[in-house]
Design a protein around this ligand. Structure first.
Ligand code: APR
Length: 313
């Protein structure tokens, strides 16, 4: 059986970390592509030097050409610019939309059968744009958000209870931003609902901290945003696809009537395997959760309307 090929578009903080993780997990050969000359080559070479220590047989190559996407089974996209001082949200949307358009067209041309995982922010709008630009079936284009938000929620629960993080499962839905919906009712610790182990006050605190987790890291780093856990999250999704694991995880998926939403990407639990997003799972939401989900969807909708306007311009 031929080795899988994992293409990483964007060799920045997240891209470089993903290259290391993919090699460490022996997911296949890793090709990293970036417009910055020397950066994808340098990072690939650096990891290559340490291959005997991990150890791994994965090969790592860097390129400045999108043609290197050829034959990729999975493409993970982090290409984009971070928001800089003085830049409005619209300015960022504009720049990153342009990048997603270029990258999307290149994927369509060079890797027409790939499964795409989008990480670039603002996530819900960028993954929507990627699917439109490539014209790929929606089950082959997913956004990385829920895996990370759920992992952050689970980490805080494990810390609060002083238990192993391995035993905590959590589910965060909705858009990737302030309006995300961490579902305390669906979080469990060794099979025990967390609501039986932590007070409502503590859970509310964890909930707020989950929604602000990215901001907390930015405030500490000062010159960049979180990259280790986003990289782990995207690689978790790639592994589910490549190994046909049929993992149940939360990601930005295009909804087709589920949760009363059609045509938008939003964070929902799905089954991820060789078919990409094989199924969107519909969990029951109580009235408060549903209201929060709807608020989150409204936020996503305004971003998507912006993308639609750009696409038809
Ligand atoms: N093609 C390929 N690479 C590009 C392009 C492009 N058109 N435009 C920019 N890049 C590259 C940059 O050169 C940079 O190396 O994308 C990389 C982005 O890396 P970082 O700035 O380090 O950002 P990172 O922390 O990796 O985050 C990437 O993911 O979570 C989101 O908000 C985050 O949108 C950001 C993205």
């Amino acid at each position: 059986m031929a080795r899988s090929k994992i293409a990483l578009v964007g060799a920045g903080q997240i891209g470089g970390t993903m290259a290391l993780l993919a090699a460490q997990k022996q997911l296949g050969d890793v090709i990293t592509i970036d417009i910055a000359e020397g950066v994808p080559q340098g990072k690939s070479l650096d990891i290559t030097h340490g291959r005997s220590l991990i150890p791994t047989s994965s090969t790592l190559t860097g390129s400045n050409s999108y043609e290197a996407l050829a034959g990729a089974d999975v493409v993970i996209v982090t290409a984009g610019l971070p928001r800089k001082p003085g830049m409005s949200r619209d300015d960022l949307l504009d720049v990153n939309f342009g990048i997603i358009k270029t990258v999307g067209e290149a994927i369509k041309k060079n890797a027409p059968n790939a499964f795409i995982i989008v990480v670039t922010n603002p996530l819900d709008a960028m993954v929507y744009a990627m699917q439109k630009v490539t014209g790929f079936p929606a089950h082959r284009v997913a956004g990385m958000a829920g895996v990370l938000d759920s992992a952050r929620f689970a980490a805080l629960v494990a810390e609060a209870l002083n238990v192993s993080n391995e035993d905590v499962t959590a589910l965060v839905m909705g858009g990737h931003g302030d309006t995300m919906v961490p579902l305390t009712r669906y979080c469990s610790v060794g099979g025990i609902p967390v609501t039986q182990l932590l007070s409502k006050e503590k859970l509310d605190e964890i909930y707020k901290r989950t929604a602000n987790a990215g901001g907390e890291v930015v405030a500490l780093l000062k010159t960049g945003s979180a990259f280790y856990s986003p990289a782990m999250s995207a690689i978790h999704m790639a592994e589910a696809y490549l190994k046909d694991k049929k993992n149940v995880l939360s990601c930005a998926a295009k909804l087709n009537g589920e949760y009363g939403v059609t045509g938008l990407y939003a964070g929902v639990p799905v089954i991820m395997g060789a078919g990409g997003i094989e199924k969107v799972l519909e969990v029951q939401l109580d009235e408060t959760e549903k209201k929060m989900f709807d608020v989150s969807i409204a936020a996503v909708k305004s971003l998507v309307e912006w993308v639609d306007k750009k696409m038809s311009a």
